[in-house]
Write a protein that binds this ligand. Structure first.
Ligand SMILES: NC(=O)c1ccc[n+]([C@@H]2O[C@H](COP(=O)([O-])OP(=O)(O)OC[C@H]3O[C@@H](n4cnc5c(N)ncnc54)[C@H](O)[C@@H]3O)[C@@H](O)[C@H]2O)c1
Length: 383
């Protein structure tokens, strides 16, 4: 099998320009970008010129080009299904930005077609392969916090209008906190806790007629979610996402509670550098008399210990999941950021909205095989 896979990128917008294309062209040695394509051809031409990418192709050309091994789909979510399906029909492996499809049905169709064609399909977010999440997983596997009992995932702030220049679309169908930021925390939670079997959720639209910069937006999507997820292993987790709250953003986004201690991960959308992992252990809460100290438990933040990250990784490393998928193709094994996992994540995202709409628990149909940790020297070897 070839040493370097040729990638055809469809979609040359913000994340492509800011992250994927510079990252892939400068970091990963098992792939090279062979061609770019965008509905806006000039955008693709400018990006190709900046990074020395040899071809700018039309949509018809990029699917037909026999040099291309993998289509990297960086289009807007509404185009993901068509681009992913067309690439598979043309015999290419696919790696897609999230979500794999807009609904579970779309995501399942894509995975089924890939299976029929004996092709790989992978999907972002791949942040669970970054140093922060990998370090957490090792802490759990090493039994440092004992038996895992439950988890909490929280990402709550007052919406993206304070950080984005044109934020109206975040409140339209296809967005909202569950689809936009949910995939990060949800995929990390599943990577720690395993497949989910049921969820319930309450929430809704907190501020229907919302002041956004100098105007108002009529909000079309739920903006606050208070959910509980039950896993196949019988454990459970709480999930809180909101764009309605003030002052709730401080604190770790993912927390795992075990019999001997707790684990805290600071930022779900960060691959390494800047990602902080802490543990709080029962043994550190004993007083001099050898018993649990009430002074210490009431001030437990002071007794959290920072865990050094397992390996070096930049804060932004999108494309890592694609890099790992290429190694999986070469070795004939499942990729870590794989289609079954993406389908399961998509079903949970859907499920939270269905549970809010019906007021009833939602039973989850899909599952995935738990992926192993990334070898600690993987990123170094791939550079
Ligand atoms: N921007 C971010 O910070 C960010 C972060 C993480 C993930 N993502 C994900 O990345 C994807 C792209 O987001 P973005 O912010 O770069 O969007 P964007 O709107 O900036 O760019 C999307 C590009 O895709 C092109 N495009 C759309 N449909 C197409 C089609 N059918 N064929 C060819 N080109 C097409 C558009 O012309 C545009 O240039 C989304 O799935 C988003 O969820 C974005």
């Amino acid at each position: 099998m070839k040493d370097v896979f040729k990638i055809g990128v469809i979609g040359c917008g913000d994340i492509s320009t800011r992250n994927y294309v510079p990252n892939i062209t400068s970091r990963f040695r098992n792939m090279e970008i062979y061609a770019l394509c965008d509905l806006d051809r000039e955008r693709a031409m400018a990006l190709a010129a900046k990074h020395g990418i040899p071809h700018v192709l039309t949509l018809d050309e990029i699917y037909e080009d026999s040099e291309i091994d993998v289509i990297l789909n960086l289009t807007n979510p509404q185009a993901h299904y068509d681009v992913n399906m067309r690439a598979l029909r043309a015999g290419k492996h696919v790696y897609s930005e999230k979500p794999l499809g807009l609904t579970l049905q779309e995501a399942s169709d894509i995975v089924r077609l890939a299976e029929e064609k004996n092709l790989y399909v992978g999907c972002a977010p791949d942040v669970f392969l970054g140093a922060g999440v990998q370090t957490c997983r090792k802490v759990i596997e090493d039994g440092v916090i004992g038996e895992v009992l439950s988890a909490k995932v929280a990402n709550m702030y007052h919406g993206p209008e304070n950080i984005h220049p044109a934020p109206d679309f975040f409140y339209r169908k296809g967005a909202g906190p569950m689809l936009d930021i949910g995939p990060y925390g949800i995929s990390e939670m599943l990577y720690f806790m395993g497949p989910a079997v049921e969820l319930c959720c309450y929430g809704g639209i907190g501020i229907p007629h919302r002041p956004v910069k100098d105007h108002f937006v009529d909000v079309e999507v739920n903006t606050n979610y208070n959910g509980i997820v039950k896993f196949a292993n019988g454990k459970s987790a709480s999930v809180n996402f909101s764009w309605d709250t003030w002052g709730a953003e401080n604190g770790p986004c993912v927390q795992i509670y075990g019999t001997k201690g707790s684990l805290f991960l600071s930022d779900p959308d960060n691959y390494g550098e800047g990602s902080r992992v802490h543990v709080l252990l029962e043994e550190d809460l004993y007083g001099e008399d050898g018993k649990i100290s009430r002074d210490k438990t009431s001030n437990s933040n002071a007794y959290k210990k920072e865990v050094p990250l397992l390996f070096e990784s930049p804060a932004e490393n999108r494309g890592l999941g694609l890099c790992e998928m290429i190694e999986a193709i070469r070795e004939g094994r499942p990729a870590r950021a794989n289609g079954d996992f993406a389908c399961h994540v998509t079903e949970l995202l859907d499920g939270f909205n269905i549970a809010i709409a019906t007021g009833k628990p939602y039973e989850i149909q899909t599952t995935f095989d738990m992926m192993e940790r990334l070898p600690e020297d993987f990123i170094r070897e791939m550079e």
